[in-house]
Design a protein around this ligand. Structure first.
Ligand code: SF4
Length: 289
C-alpha cells in the first residue's frame, strides 16, 4: 500500500494552488514592526555589562526585521530538568511575551522557549526580567543545552533514567568559559529505543537500555539533525550508570585536545574517525577494572 502510494506520488510534481498559499500566508502575518530602524540600534553602552553581553551573544539571534532580535529563554538552568518550567515561570513568560514580543512565544524542539520579535532597544530590560525567573542561563547551543526525554522518572516505557544524566552533564560543564570554548556539541538522551530524546541525531547520542534490571547506556557519535542530517554510529558496549557521564566527558575532552583551529565536533570526528573517541571513553573502564 505504502509502496503503491509512493510510486504514484514520485511520478507527479507537487502542485500548490494560489488559494492554498494565500491561506498559509494568512497564518504567518508579520506583527506591526517599527520600520526604518537601524540594524545596530542596540545601545553599545549596555553591552559593556559582561553578563548581558554574554547572554546577548549566546541566547539571541538575528531577525529579518532591522532593529529586532529573536530571544531564547533557556529551560536548561543548572538544576532544572531540561525543558521543565514552573507555573510561576510560565506566567512570567506570558507577561514578557505581551510586553516585548507582540504577545508571541514559541516552544522549540530543543526544549527551550523563544520570544521571536524583540526590539533591540528592549533587550536589556528583557534580560533583567528573565534573570528574576531563572530564564536567562546563557547556554543555548552548548553542551548543557541537552535534549532529554523524561526517561524512568516519568515514562512507563523507559529502560533507564535520562533526566539525572542531563543534570550530571549540566553540573560537570557548569563553567561557562569552558562551555563556550567547547562550542556546539549537541547531546541528546533517550530513556529507551523509542528515541523521544532524538539520540540518533545527537552529536553525542545517549540511549538508555535495560540489562538484567540495571540501567546501562549506549553511546552514538556523529549524528546530526541539521542540513547535514545523519544518524550517529554506536561506539561499542554500553556503559554502566556510574560511568556514563565520565565517558561523555572523556569524549568531549578528546575533541578539545585533538581539534584543529575552528574545527567543529562533527568535522573533527569525520577527520579522525571513531577510534580516538572510543579510546577516550573506554579508557576510564580500563583504569577502574
Ligand atoms: S524515549 Fe522511551 S523513555 Fe523516553 S519518553 Fe520516549 S518512550 Fe519514554
Amino acid at each position: 500500500m505504502v509502496n503503491e502510494e509512493w510510486q504514484h506520488l514520485r511520478a507527479t510534481s507537487l502542485q500548490l494552488h494560489q488559494r492554498e498559499i494565500d491561506n498559509m500566508v494568512e497564518h504567518f502575518r508579520d506583527p506591526p514592526f517599527v520600520k526604518g530602524l537601524d540594524a545596530s540600534s542596540q545601545d553599545l553602552e549596555l553591552t559593556r555589562n559582561p553578563q548581558f553581553r554574554r547572554w546577548l551573544t549566546q541566547n539571541t539571534v538575528a531577525h529579518k526585521q532591522a532593529g529586532y532580535r529573536a530571544v531564547y529563554l533557556s529551560l536548561k538552568a543548572p538544576k532544572q530538568a531540561p525543558g521543565d518550567i514552573t507555573a510561576e515561570q510560565l506566567d512570567a513568560v506570558a507577561d514578557l511575551a505581551e510586553r516585548y514580543s507582540f504577545g508571541e512565544a514559541r516552544t522549540t524542539h530543543k526544549q527551550n522557549l523563544l520570544l521571536p520579535h524583540v526590539l533591540e532597544a528592549n533587550l536589556f530590560d528583557l534580560w533583567k526580567a528573565t534573570r528574576k525567573f531563572a530564564l536567562d542561563t546563557p547556554n543555548i547551543g552548548t553542551v548543557t543545552d541537552v535534549i532529554c526525554c523524561p526517561g524512568l522518572d516519568f515514562c512507563s516505557l523507559a529502560n533507564a533514567s535520562a533526566i539525572p544524566i542531563a543534570l550530571e552533564i549540566n553540573q560537570r560543564f557548569a563553567h561557562l568559559e569552558s562551555l563556550y570554548d567547547i562550542g556546539d556539541v549537541q547531546i541528546k538522551i533517550s530513556g529507551c529505543m523509542n528515541a523521544c530524546g532524538h539520540h540518533h541525531v545527537g552529536h553525542i547520542g545517549v540511549l538508555g537500555v535495560d540489562k538484567k534490571g540495571e540501567e546501562w547506556y549506549q553511546l552514538t557519535l556523529g549524528g546530526s539533525a541539521d542540513e547535514d542530517a545523519r544518524l550517529g554510529q554506536r561506539i561499542g558496549p554500553a556503559f554502566a550508570r556510574k560511568d556514563i557521564t565520565d565517558a561523555i566527558q572523556r569524549i568531549i575532552e578528546t575533541y578539545v585536545e585533538l581539534r584543529r583551529e575552528g574545527e567543529s565536533f562533527l568535522q573533527a570526528l569525520d577527520r579522525l574517525g571513531l577510534e580516538p573517541f572510543k579510546q577516550g571513553a573506554y579508557s576510564l573502564l580500563r583504569k577502574s577494572s
